[in-house]
Design a protein around this ligand. Structure first.
Ligand SMILES: *Cc1c(COP(=O)(O)O)cnc(C)c1O
Length: 339
């Protein structure tokens, strides 16, 4: 199957299996796992931070960060379409008593920083205390530029707030903007990076921040049930991902651009005016065709997903040039025959 539902569907590479077979491990809750420590240090170093914390998922990473930044009855400001608010079952509110204050997400994936500033609560006993701003890069495959990230950081500093970056796909953003990852992360208090998306590791994310923050976050991770033991086994795959899979993301971006331009030629397929510039393609089809298209594509060996009214097609390591051709052909075939 050509699985375009997500970049989380990749299987471990042969190098990852080899790394697992030979990984040195220990009890990570005791701080004894050398492979986990190496992964945490390597990630922190790549992103320009003092420390890192290996966690089970991006959701756990973001939740650990928000729980450590904010206390009960406090709030964070976040784009309403960002993953931390929209796709993590609002764990911060449900389990942490921390309130999200949302703002709309703009066409380019950013949030209006003037609006963010306007939403910061003044010191008043009627209001929750605003503690944190949460951004996301990439959002829906769109990379935010370093100048924007700097302005957001400057706002947080000026208003005495912390700022967290959900950088699940930060490596994609870095390649798309021609920046080093640390240039997009500069000034943030914390950054979460997913190893299990385009980087292709089977499990895990790393949260980075200052030494003190990460020590506190380690406690939150334990509370959330994220204290793992011989986790070096899977952390070994994360190290392979960081060392061998980052530059390869360019290939995903190239193929996604090819997919987007191919699909733009298919009548009845709508593409975004300001489309994603990394490894994702968002398209729409007339509503009556939605379900038949899914079934047609599946019969032609292509799995697609996304929330109505859009389809999201995601390119990743297990997708090649021929798969892109086959996908465009299958879409074109459907609409050639559709009434
Ligand atoms: C996937 C993703 C996450 C969460 O990662 P999981 O490992 O699925 O919990 C967080 N933020 C963004 C932007 C993501 O794409």
């Amino acid at each position: 199957m050509i699985d375009l539902r997500s970049d989380t569907v990749t299987r471990p590479s042969p190098a990852m299996y080899r790394a697992m077979a030979t990984a040195e491990v220990g009890d990570d809750v005791f701080g004894d796992d050398p492979t986990v420590r190496e992964l945490e240090e390597t990630t922190a170093d790549m992103l320009g931070f003092e420390s890192g914390l290996y966690v089970t998922s991006g959701t756990q990473s973001n939740f650990t960060a928000v729980l450590t930044h904010c206390g009960r009855g406090e709030e964070y400001i976040i784009g309403e379409a960002y993953h931390v608010y929209r796709a993590e079952a609002v764990g911060s509110a449900a389990l942490g008593g921390i309130i999200p204050q949302t703002v709309p997400v703009l066409e380019d994936g950013s949030v209006d920083l003037d609006l963010v500033e306007a939403r910061i609560k003044p010191e008043d006993l009627h209001f929750p205390r605003t503690r944190l701003i949460c951004l996301e890069n990439t959002h829906n495959g769109k990379a935010l530029a370093p100048e924007y990230m700097e302005r957001a950081v400057a706002l947080a500093r000026r208003r005495g707030l912390a700022i967290h970056l959900d950088g699940a796909r930060l490596m994609n953003a870095a390649l798309a903007t021609g920046c080093a990852p640390r240039d997009l992360a500069r000034g943030f208090d914390t950054v979460s990076l997913c190893l299990s998306k385009g980087l292709g590791a089977p499990v895990g994310s790393v949260l980075v921040g200052s030494r003190d923050f990460i020590n506190e976050a380690r406690r939150a991770r334990k509370m959330l049930g994220g204290g793992m033991r011989q986790a070096g086994l899977i952390a070994a795959c994360g190290l392979v991902a960081l060392r061998e899979q980052v530059e390869r993301l360019e290939e995903d971006h190239r193929l996604a651009a090819r997919l987007a331009s191919g699909l733009a030629q298919v009548p009845e397929v709508g593409t975004e005016p300001q489309g994603a510039n990394t490894n994702m393609v968002f398209i729409t089809v007339p509503d009556r065709h939605r379900q038949p298209v899914v079934e047609h594509m599946k019969r032609h060996g292509v799995l697609i997903g996304g929330r109505p009214p859009t389809f999201r097609l995601v390119v990743h390591r297990d997708i090649g040039e021929d798969d892109i051709t086959a996908t465009v052909d299958a879409f074109a075939g459907y609409f050639r025959n559709a009434a």
